[in-house]
Design a protein around this ligand. Structure first.
Ligand code: GLN
Length: 498
């Protein structure tokens, strides 16, 4: 393939090569992206930039490149979902509660990337505490704005980019960064990747450290990369994963892996499980057509479709929307006006200070979840809701293990429809929750999952194919995705004007 001439069209892998070969400087690359970011502030992707910080990092990378001390991703720029705390930029998690907050330490994931030479372009918008599917729940005004605005999908700026990692997906699709970090609790990497026509992967739960990721639902939250190609995701995921046993009690003691090694393996004979529950009435015909096209392509590459069943798919919605709010209600108790962030200006006593601080600091969706969470955990309801949900969660995980007896990977849609219009579902939380149906089962089971662009649906909006694997099968998913991308060009399409 010919190397594109525009810096912003280069992939992470290509940028790394060009930088190592001295054909581009880190400063030149950083300046190029910073200028693009400035030109497209209207999309609302970035919530914090600081050209001085970015360029200082880029100059340090250039010095290493010049002296022969370059690290693996030296000088490659990236931006981070504003749920990762970093010392060089703000850490708001999209919440008024943390407006203007700056951390005194770096998250493990962002510092691992920094230690490989990644230059940070800034922080990206997201739904408040990662709760949402449309990025309409951010309470933070993006750079260039005085008040919060919904992040725009670069394919159609009247539509949502998906969420909660909406800023990450929109910025990658608009070439305002070559790649971004995201987090996925119930689909927040896969769904915005699908809606913006990019590639994203959520690893097995426990594979990437949660240290320094503002907690939403701790038994589900996982970090992962969002980029344009599976090859880039493999490079970045290898950098982000690995044990962090002293700082994250759920970090798995499994050594980091080089996911790039097996990208080109043949997928002849690979058994692809197609869950019948993912192809039912709820799936929009335009999305189905693109997904079917991708499955045909995989068959041409030698994969064999196998019908499977994940019988509790529908139950994953009520189960997730009990467990995630339960954990959120506990995690968010730390925002009490004392330890960090916002504190009400006027109050009468301590209890009043707590109440006013939390009433002012949290947005509607976050309050809704805190209330649901406290309700399902309360005495008298715990058994009926929380405990019951935990039991079904286990059964959902068992269903996957049964399915993996018949297949190597599972494929299906990421979301029932393409990205919807801004405002279309913003008054209807349940409509948002229902659209998570295909991403929640894998999240509840803690399995790795990814989304790759496979075509376009209604109104020419991107459609993603979801690939799910058994525990620690990230390399297999990336291999299938890479082979698909070698045979197709959906991942190279870009929105008009970018
Ligand atoms: N849409 C889901 C929710 O609102 C998932 C969000 C996520 O993965 N962070 O909770």
């Amino acid at each position: 393939m010919q190397i594109p001439t525009q810096i912003h069209d280069l992939t992470v892998a290509q940028l790394a090569q060009q930088l190592q070969a001295g054909r581009l400087s880190a400063v030149e690359v950083a300046q190029h992206f910073l200028a693009r970011v400035q030109n497209r502030l209207d999309l609302g992707c970035y919530v914090d930039i600081n050209p001085e910080v970015t360029l200082a990092q880029a100059r340090a990378s250039d010095a290493r490149l010049a002296s022969g001390h370059a690290r693996g991703l030296e000088g490659v720029p990236m931006a981070h979902k504003d749920i990762f705390v970093t010392t060089d930029f703000c850490a708001t998690a999209g919440s008024k509660m943390l407006k203007g907050y700056r951390s005194s330490f770096d998250s493990t994931v962002t510092s691992k990337l920094g230690n490989l030479g990644v230059v940070s372009l800034g922080k990206l918008n997201c739904d408040e505490f990662a709760m949402g599917s449309s990025n309409e729940n951010s309470a933070i005004a993006p750079v260039g704005f005085d008040a919060p605005i919904p992040v725009k999908n670069p394919w159609d700026t009247t539509r949502i980019p998906g969420g909660s990692s909406g800023g990450s997906a929109a910025a990658v699709a608009a070439r305002l960064t070559p790649a971004a970090t995201g987090t996925d609790t119930g689909g927040s990497i896969r769904q915005p990747a699908s809606f913006c026509g990019i590639t994203g992967i959520k690893p097995t739960y426990g594979r990437a450290s949660r240290y320094g990721m503002v907690a939403f639902a701790s038994s589900l939250d996982q970090a992962g990369p969002m980029a344009r190609t599976a090859e880039d995701c493999a490079l970045l995921l290898s950098a982000m994963c690995g044990p962090d046993l002293d700082r994250d009690s759920t970090s798995l003691d499994v050594p980091a892996e080089d996911y790039s090694r097996t990208l080109n393996d043949s997928i002849a004979g690979l058994r692809i499980g197609l869950p019948q529950e993912f192809f039912g009435d709820g799936l929009a015909p335009d999305v189905r057509a693109a997904v079917d096209g991708a499955l045909k392509e995989l068959e041409k590459l030698g994969a064999k479709p196998v019908p499977i069943s994940l019988p509790r798919t529908e139950l994953s919605i009520p189960v997730y929307y009990i467990i995630a709010p339960a954990e959120a209600s506990s995690n968010l108790s730390r925002f009490d006006g004392v330890k960090f962030g916002h504190r009400a200006a006027h109050y009468t006593d301590l209890a009043d200070m707590y109440k006013k601080t939390r009433a002012e600091g949290f947005g509607d969706e976050v309050k809704r979840r805190i209330m649901i969470g406290t309700y399902v955990l309360s005495h008298g309801y715990y058994d009926a809701y929380y405990l019951q949900a935990q039991k079904i969660r286990r059964m959902i995980a068992d269903d996957f293990q049964n399915a993996f007896k018949q297949c190597d990977v599972i494929a299906g849609p990421v979301a029932p429809t393409v990205a919807w219009k801004i405002g279309e579902k913003s008054d209807d939380p349940v409509a948002n929750y229902l659209a998570d149906i295909y991403t929640l089962p894998g999240s509840l089971a803690g399995l790795p999952g990814m989304s790759i662009p496979v075509g376009f649906g209604n109104e020419n909006m991107p459609v993603g194919l979801q690939l799910m694997g058994n525990y620690f099968q990230e390399a297999k998913l990336l291999n299938v995705a890479h082979r698909f991308q070698q045979a197709t060009d959906w991942h190279t399409r870009k929105p008009a004007g970018f």
